[in-house]
Ligand binder design. Structure first.
Ligand code: SAM
Ligand code: SF4
Length: 334
């Protein structure tokens, strides 16, 4: 039996934030996330059942996890999602969800009832045609309507925008203007390399690129730097007088590994101690074999590498033979 009450790695970083991928499947096909040819799905019997998700989450909570975020694939297509949300919100944690927004209207009441406040919705463009090209599906109206409904219902809405040069970097100011009358937070995410997503450094729009567009469009006194919370991966700003805010998640140009407190659990029950780690710890198999899940969690996180899955230099990180070892985002759980 393990009496440790914190999950700590070899560098002393305490891990109290768990992101659970509920499914590898998705109702969109965003080109930067899903390879065009699709992904090979894990056999159903090797995926966590709803009961296994809850059991494993409880072990993490007993080890000090305070915040859980559900993601995927698309978490809202998971069978039993309602039960999962009800059972997780009964634990002493803050539960958030990251979704593409297509099925949000069916779940807003449940979120309100269970106290799920933090909803991150992905929307990479404000243009319908472009949305169809990026996601390879025609759901723009549904997603934008659901974003409006979520804001109206009082949820804490963040919009995730993956910036890709030549695709949507001409919409940065439009997204910032969206915060003028809406109490939302726009989060510009740097495009990250994964297996099969046709990444290259030239396509990355960095924090500096975003700031230079802002400087060209607003007066210096209009840009207000907000205080970033501890462990926050976003550098946050507001335009003076605007209701909402925006930020940049600079995983590529300026990683935030020093303060990392995150652990990922994939839909097939593997711990990924870093988004960029190519090694995983099989928790589901351990659970099914009756092993002590907690000590396996502690060991799996203890060996986490200092930065970006062990790719210390930018040269290593940008090297295709390294990042293609990593499964795509829809499988890992973004
Ligand atoms: N389906 C849900 C959604 O789209 O919000 C949850 C899963 S998705 C993998 C989680 C987040 O990862 C999304 O905001 C998505 O835009 C982001 N993402 C996917 N691939 C990415 C990449 N290559 N670089 C940066 N962000 C990425
Ligand atoms: Fe699906 Fe989200 Fe990946 Fe888009 S980013 S394909 S919505 S999992």
């Amino acid at each position: 039996m393990n009496n440790q009450s914190h999950i700590t790695d070899q560098f002393g970083r305490v891990h109290d934030y768990l992101r659970i991928s509920l499914t590898e499947r998705c109702n969109l096909r965003c080109f930067y996330c899903m390879p065009e040819e699709g992904i090979e799905l894990t056999e159903k019997k090797n995926l966590m059942s709803h009961e296994e998700v809850i059991f494993i989450a409880k072990q993490f909570v007993e080890l000090g996890v305070k915040k859980i975020r559900l993601t995927g694939g698309e978490p809202l297509i998971k069978k039993n999602i309602e039960k999962i949300i009800r059972e997780l919100t009964a634990l002493p944690i803050n539960l958030g969800i990251t979704t593409n927004g297509i099925l949000l209207d069916k779940h807003i009441d449940l979120f309100k009832e269970c106290g799920v406040q933090d909803v991150n919705i992905s929307l990479d463009t404000l243009d319908r045609e472009k949305f169809n090209k990026i996601t390879r599906r025609d759901y723009f109206e549904r997603v934008t309507k659901n974003i409006e409904a979520s804001i109206k219902s009082g949820l804490n809405v963040k919009i995730n925008v993956v910036l890709i040069k030549g695709v949507n970097d001409d919409e940065i100011i439009d997204f910032i203007e969206y915060t003028k009358n809406n109490k939302i937070s726009i989060r510009f995410i740097e495009f990250m390399p994964f297996d099969g997503n046709k990444w290259n450094t030239e396509k990355v729009v960095s924090l500096d690129d975003v700031l230079s567009q802002i400087n060209a469009n607003y007066q210096p006194h209009q840009l207000i730097k907000l205080e970033d919370k501890k462990n926050d991966t976003t550098k946050n700003y507001r335009i003076k007088g605007y209701e909402g805010s925006f930020g940049v998640i600079s995983t590529v140009s300026n990683p935030f590994c020093d303060s990392c407190n995150r652990i990922r659990l994939t839909a097939n029950g593997q711990i990924k101690n870093c988004l960029f780690s190519s090694s995983e710890t099989n928790l589901l198999e351990a659970l099914r074999n009756g092993e002590d899940v907690k000590s396996i969690i502690l060991k799996g996180v203890y060996h986490k590498k200092k930065v970006r899955g062990g790719m210390t230099s930018d040269n290593e990180f940008f090297d295709k033979k390294n990042y293609t070892k990593n499964r795509s985002m829809t499988v890992i759980g973004g």
